[in-house]
Design a protein around this ligand. Sequence first.
Ligand SMILES: Cc1cc2nc3c(=O)[nH]c(=O)nc-3n(C[C@H](O)[C@H](O)[C@H](O)COP(=O)(O)OP(=O)(O)OC[C@H]3O[C@@H](n4cnc5c(N)ncnc54)[C@H](O)[C@@H]3O)c2cc1C
Length: 481
Amino acid sequence: MSTDSVVKRHRVAVIGSGFGGLFACKHLKNADVDITLISKTSTHLFQPLLYQVATGILSVGEIAPATRMVLRKQKNVQVIMGDVHDIDLENNIVTSRLLNQDHQTPFDSLIVATGAQQSYFGNDHFATYAPGMKTIDDALELRARILGSFEEAELAPTQEMRDRFMTFVVVGAGPTGVELAGQIAELADRTLEGTFRNIDPRDARVILVEGADAVLKPMGPNLGGKAHRRLARMGVEIQLNAMVTDVDARGVTIKDADGTERRIESACKVWSAGVQASALGRQLAERSDGTEVDRAGRVIVEPDLTVKGHPNVFVVGDLMAVPGVPGQAQGAIQGGTYAAKAIKAGLEGETPEQRKPFKYFDKGSMATISRFSAVCQVGKLEFGGFIAWLAWLGLHLWYLVGFRSRFVTVFEWFVSFLGRHRGQMAATEQWVFARLALEAVNAGDVDARDAVRPFDGETSTGNGKSVANEPTTPSSDRRVG
Ligand SMILES: Cc1cc2nc3c(=O)[nH]c(=O)nc-3n(C[C@H](O)[C@H](O)[C@H](O)COP(=O)(O)OP(=O)(O)OC[C@H]3O[C@@H](n4cnc5c(N)ncnc54)[C@H](O)[C@@H]3O)c2cc1C
């Protein structure tokens, strides 16, 4: 293909390789467009199964195939890695950064699907002691922290220390918190049973702390009640109306509904209490013609998922705020698909004014609690137990990308759920400390990036040419040029 013919094609930039970004690309497969998919992670991460990586059931590979492998056969997509820090809506250019090199991607249409991250409600320092679970790094760090706590308990010189190491606190009783609490309990009761000599892992306390008055509150009292009872039967201690007011290395401080404060001594804490949209949402809103963000930083999009004044710029997935659309995979898949269809229709002559508004089709929601037990809501139908668990199993397999991932996952589930073994019990010290070390590197305290830095502050364009030299100081709104 000549350079001229490439330039003439409609250029679509897609930011993010999650559900929204990937499904947008796939629906543009046969379109006469050139797509650049930019993501700061090299994989398409299936977040709903992260908790199984954190608890030793699945390996990273099963839930996070490399995006460029997934899209290998789709010749109209180029996948590039980079952290997007600037979206220029005047000149239609996205600027991303890989290590310290800026890269510019010009576009005619843009789909922003950068999702959300953990929110500590203004207490970001909690993250040091209570990681969330949004990324592969988070899941591996959690696995190392969970297994590491048992290791420390085995060697603890006093009962007080042993108790602290064997107390696991999960903050937030939404689907992620429920799944994690259930799996930590099963790990302790089944998988680790008989593997230590000084401690009995079955003595571990798993405490699920929730600020609201119910488990799985958005799923209603029936399913929330089922999940609550099942967890309680598994020995998980559920503390409702309990607000976490502080987190440190040795535990959490909790304020109860009556205002009293108390401590839970715990070495291993997990945060699954809130989400904050990607910072690109606020930047887009500020640069649009009056689009706003909601309290979680999600972009309040137009009915066609675009931002005001820019009908070629779509925001989809967890980053978009659309009434009635939950922050779930289905919302992202349907949003990404809608944006792709709108771009295709535009190529065939449809004007933005002619677009039909985005309509969300609610396929229901579900959460697993333990092996053989889940809760499921489809329209007005609510059910729990084994049937719900089978439905959960089938649906997750369906959406896992790649035959190999599905095959290996089924095998691992067979081994873990029917037996007591878990195949992914490796954990290293690096997994626990890497996040803190990276924060130091990013803050400039350590210049470790020199070890892997091939460039010196150049900016490149889509054709790979360097166009400018830049100082290497990171800055969120620095223009290049
Ligand atoms: C632990 C967990 C369990 C879940 N369980 C379920 C479930 O059971 N069912 C369900 O329906 N949903 C579930 N969800 C929610 C679901 O995963 C999300 O709704 C969905 O992933 C949102 O898709 P997205 O494409 O908007 O964002 P994401 O999937 O989060 O993808 C965002 C992408 O953007 C990239 N990115 C972010 N910032 C930048 C940047 N500045 N530059 C470049 N790239 C960037 C990221 O690397 C990533 O590739 C769960 C989520 C979590 C965290």
